[in-house]
Design a protein around this ligand. Structure first.
Ligand code: CU
Length: 210
């Protein structure tokens, strides 16, 4: 008797390869379904100190530049200051400007990214301001000269701000992407510095040149 297997059963020698393929497929599917892996970016300034505050954004091919419907941001005014001092949003995000002070504010920006003016108001202006171009808007108040804030607008949903140690961790899709770092010290005219980033490593360290 030589028919130890039914005719449909593959020869014994095929099985390890088949199992290997199955494992590879399962791994690929698992990676796709989990989507993103945490990646830490560490930013240092030219003096070797942690860069803070700094905005980190990662451009991933195939990702929509504009924010999904429902995105929103908030730039409050509290104790005659912008809170937060630096807000990062994705392109197309409406931002509200609630005033939590008892005095009125008159917020404006002359920046080409988004020139606007919210005339003397208390409470929250009815309409939010939509930030529809990437770049940086410097904010001021006509009443309080010392008020200074920034809204940095990025063409990607992958962004964050460094902490006091100059670190930020983002969940990124696997692959090679483009990293951009901007800090208020660069001024609103500069888009930020570009660096390569690859998720095969867990950490990317970058230094800001002058
Ligand atoms: Cu004010």
């Amino acid at each position: 008797m030589h028919t130890s297997h039914p005719p449909t059963c593959p020869p014994r020698s095929w099985r390890p390869q088949f199992l290997g393929l199955l494992t590879a497929l399962t791994t690929a599917l698992w990676a796709n379904s989990t989507g993103a892996t945490p990646h830490t970016i560490v930013v240092t300034d030219q003096t070797g100190q942690p860069a803070h505050p700094a905005v980190v954004s990662v451009l991933v091919d195939g990702t929509p530049a504009r924010a999904a419907k429902g995105a929103q941001g908030q730039m409050a005014q509290r104790d005659k200051a912008f809170v937060p001092t630096l807000l990062v949003v994705q392109t197309g995000t409406p931002v509200s400007f609630p005033n939590f002070d008892t005095v009125r504010h008159h917020v404006y920006s002359f920046s080409p990214t988004k020139p606007f003016e919210l005339k003397l108001y208390a409470g929250t202006p009815v309409a939010p301001v939509v930030f529809d171009r990437a770049g940086t808007a410097t904010l001021g108040c006509n009443i309080h000269d010392r008020m200074l804030g920034y809204i940095h607008v990025v063409d990607t949903p992958y962004f964050g701000q460094t902490d006091a140690q100059g670190r930020v961790t983002l969940d990124l899709p696997e692959g090679s992407h483009r990293l951009r770092v901007w800090s208020p010290s660069m001024g609103e005219k500069r888009p930020g510095l570009a660096f390569p980033i690859d998720t095969r490593t867990r950490t990317t360290r970058v230094t800001l040149s002058p």
